[in-house]
Design a protein around this ligand. Structure first.
Ligand code: ADP
Ligand code: ZN
Ligand code: ZN
Length: 734
């Protein structure tokens, strides 16, 4: 028998299988992880196929050294998924396979945790102690008495509490027997395991559940306002899958994956739940993964990569907060979670449910055109109204002589909130490091004439750039609209906000949560815990604090610079702003106390603020989808970037030029299908000493064939000197 093996070497362009004999490892199966000789080394690989014959000469054919696990690590479903992802994204086999197993498992960096146990041997259990131990051997008698009463106990524990030599002696006489058992490293072991009963569904939840249950391998978009009880609907979908003897995959954005979330799922589904999350230790992650592949657990909760969990027989897939940008992988291997989820739903013939209070424009559009089935939950479970949002015009503040971070309105609300013993959250949006340019007097924002997206100020060159077409504009000194010289570049940081708050409230504790303060594993949880326990009065933070946390005493939310996300250089910036405001506002007034939101902006009349303040998602959608149609952005176009990087500028240029040549041939033959196509230097010309050049295209028609042509060109000119990637609707165009 011959095995085809894909070898796991990083940083190489090898993308093919090699034949090996299975003579030395007859237990090999398709999907086994194996050790194979490769050149002078021994490396890991995966068996992708078994066959009778090979073209490799008998004296050249090497043999698999051994299998590395007791079971195949790649299931049949995953092989098919691999083929699909290769077709769709032109990925290397090994890059796909690596998504399927815990990274620490590769190279043997984690192993099962095994422990030795001792117990009294069978034949001594019914005997009287005096029959086999002398009365004088006190230490030995103690050991046996303990084991008689307590049964099997870990050897380490026994050695700690009893005489080690007595134990050794008893083992040597076969009075005690030693067994080895695997210990599963359980994440959040110390969490209290109180069980939780399902809520009785509200009529709104019940009808949502009924609709999902009526589906057959359908995609549902569950649009439910914050607090409408989507989680309960998800849980009952999962219960149904379990009752049918199937499993469930539930995805949540990484930053919303709090211990509370796990706790409520554990409370409902007990040991059936496995958690996959980057905050786990390597051992924990490995063990959770094995509980899934062995079928011991059949529900998985995790971030994006949990979509690759090795469950068999999936009964439902849920993507919560479906609009979240973390569901797209933007580094190698690039993929969209939705595509993978849909593939698995088809394979398993199960439903896919995507939920959000603020669905992405594309998903809502898909629901409108009937590609997804729309399920709506417009009311909160407790019927409480959403918090009131106050829009404050910062240009007016500036005109009135207030130069500070906070408007007078937000300051007075803060005093009132803190003095009456409540808590406040101050939110600062922060995406990337780019900054827009804005007039402080009239709110004018510099935009690209061609692309209608905000320009990015590049400090080192002192120019404004469009990240969609590469156009450069000179930096502004005076506002072209009102001639004011008060041009704002850059942004306020969390640090500055905390300093200002410390002046206002010298004897209150103020917490800060951003990338800088959450570097260590538990810092995130520690900060939230401190705020929840009411030790601190104010929490200042970025996106991280926008989601999922429930603080009953928070009555005020301040959004310092709402424009920050609005003027991000991205066609989705308005959509993201709507989502953020809705989410952050949802932090205020969760409990019986009513909440208030103060939103500061230089463009108070922008439609996004009005729709957000009214909680009018549909109104916002209508406005936004019309704009997208007119300006030719997704879902009415596909934005494609071909990114070429290399340490050598000439190689980079050469490769891009060749790709560009081929692609332009296609573009010229299909002119009417393209809104735009051009090659350029990337906005950020070098990252980590690699030159970056790109070709951008906006495809309005025939996207599939156009993509085929683009992939064909990149595959053709891919070489050892450059790295080429095709990105579709990327979140970031730096
Ligand atoms: P969403 O995810 O839609 O924002 P949640 O799932 O967080 O909403 O639900 C909000 C709150 O309502 C939670 O505290 C949840 O326990 C509670 N809840 C959900 N469904 C019910 C129900 N049928 N009866 C009572 N309380 C419910
Ligand atoms: Zn102006
Ligand atoms: Zn442009």
């Amino acid at each position: 028998m011959i095995a085809e093996v894909i070898v796991d070497i990083s940083g190489s362009e090898v993308d093919r299988v090699f034949d090996y004999s299975v003579a030395d490892a007859p237990e090999v199966q398709r999907g086994s992880r194996v050790a194979v000789p490769f050149g002078k080394r021994e490396i890991e690989g995966y068996v992708t196929n078994l066959k009778e014959d090979t073209d490799v000469a008998a004296d050249k054919l090497k043999s698999i050294v051994r299998t590395l696990d007791d079971y195949p690590v790649i299931t049949e479903e995953m092989f098919e998924l691999m083929a699909y992802m290769r077709r769709k994204y032109h990925l290397r086999i090994v890059d796909v396979l690596r998504l399927f197993i815990p990274s620490q498992m590769r190279g043997g960096r984690v192993k099962e945790l095994k422990k030795q146990y001792v117990s009294l041997s069978e034949e001594f259990r019914s005997k009287d102690l005096d029959e086999y131990i002398k009365p004088s051997a006190k230490a030995q008698r103690d050991v046996c008495l303990f084991l008689c009463e307590n049964g099997e106990t870990s050897l380490t524990e026994m050695n700690e509490n009893f005489s080690a030599s007595a134990i050794r002696n008893l083992i040597s006489r076969d009075i005690l027997k030693v067994g080895v058992r695997e210990i599963k490293r359980t994440p959040y072991k110390n969490m209290d395991e109180s069980s939780e009963k399902p809520h009785t569904l509200t009529p709104q939840q019940q009808s949502a559940l009924n609709v999902v249950m009526s589906g057959q391998s359908d995609t549902f978009l569950l649009h439910g306002v914050t607090g409408s009880g989507k989680t309960e609907v998800y849980m009952q979908c999962i219960s149904k899958a379990l009752a049918d003897g199937k499993g469930a995959i539930m995805l949540v954005p990484e930053i919303s994956l709090t211990p509370q979330v796990f706790k409520s799922f554990k409370a409902r589904f007990g040991q059936n739940v496995a958690i996959l999350h980057s905050g786990l230790s390597a051992g924990e992650r490995f063990d959770e993964w094995r509980r899934l592949i062995s079928g011991e657990a059949s529900v998985v909760i995790g971030a994006r990569s949990a979509i690759f969990a090795p469950l068999r027989n999936v009964g439902i897939i849920i993507i919560d907060e479906e609009h979240d940008s973390s569901y797209a992988s933007e580094s190698n291997p690039r993929y969209r979670t939705y595509d993978v989820a849909r593939f698995r739903a088809d394979y398993n013939n199960c439903n896919l449910v995507m939920g959000s209070a603020t669905p992405s424009i594309e998903s809502y559009y898909n629901a409108r055109i009937g590609k997804y089935r729309l399920v709506e939950m417009p009311e909160r479970v407790n019927k409480r109204s959403l918090p009131h949002i106050d829009i404050v015009n910062m240009s007016a503040e500036f005109a009135a002589g207030n130069n500070g971070i906070f408007s007078r309105r937000l300051e007075s609300e803060l005093y009132e909130c803190i003095e009456s013993g409540n808590q406040a959250i101050i939110f600062l949006n922060r995406r990337g490091y780019s900054s827009y340019v804005m007039c402080r007097s009239c709110g004018y924002v510099a935009k690209c004439e061609r692309c209608d997206v905000s320009l990015v100020y590049h400090k080192e060159e002192n120019v404004l750039k469009c990240h969609y077409c590469g156009n450069r504009y000179s930096a502004l000194d005076v506002c072209p609209n009102c001639k004011s010289a008060h041009i704002k570049r850059g942004f306020v940081g969390t640090q500055q906000v905390v300093e200002r708050l410390a002046q206002m409230f010298p004897d209150k504790e103020i917490l800060r949560m951003d990338n800088d303060t959450t570097q260590t594993k538990d810092s995130h949880a520690t900060i939230l815990q401190r705020f929840a326990s009411r030790k601190a009065s104010i929490l200042v933070g970025t996106q991280m604090i926008a989601k999922g946390h429930d603080f009953p005493d928070v009555t005020l939310v301040g959004i310092v610079d709402a424009d920050m996300s609005l003027h991000f250089n991205d066609y989705r910036s308005t959509e993201r702003t709507f989502q953020l405001i809705t989410q952050v506002s949802g932090r205020a007034g969760r409990d019986s106390k009513p909440g208030k939101v103060v939103l500061q902006t230089f463009t108070p009349n922008h439609y996004v603020y009005r729709f957000a303040a009214d909680g009018d998602y549909k109104g916002f959608y209508e406005k936004e989808i019309n704009l997208r149609e007119v300006t030719k952005y997704p879902p009415f176009a596909l934005i494609v970037r071909i990114l070429v990087t290399s340490e050598n500028e000439d190689d980079c240029f050469d490769t891009l030029k060749k790709i560009y040549g081929d692609v332009m041939e296609y573009v010229n033959a299909h002119k009417e299908d393209f809104a735009y196509a051009a090659a350029m230097k990337s906005p950020v010309k070098r990252i980590q000493s690699k030159y970056r050049m790109q070709m951008l295209a906006r495809i309005t028609n025939g996207a599939d064939t156009a993509l085929d042509a683009i992939y064909a060109a990149t595959d053709k000119y891919r070489n050892g000197k450059t790295v080429c990637f095709v990105e579709v609707n990327p979140n970031n165009l730096s």
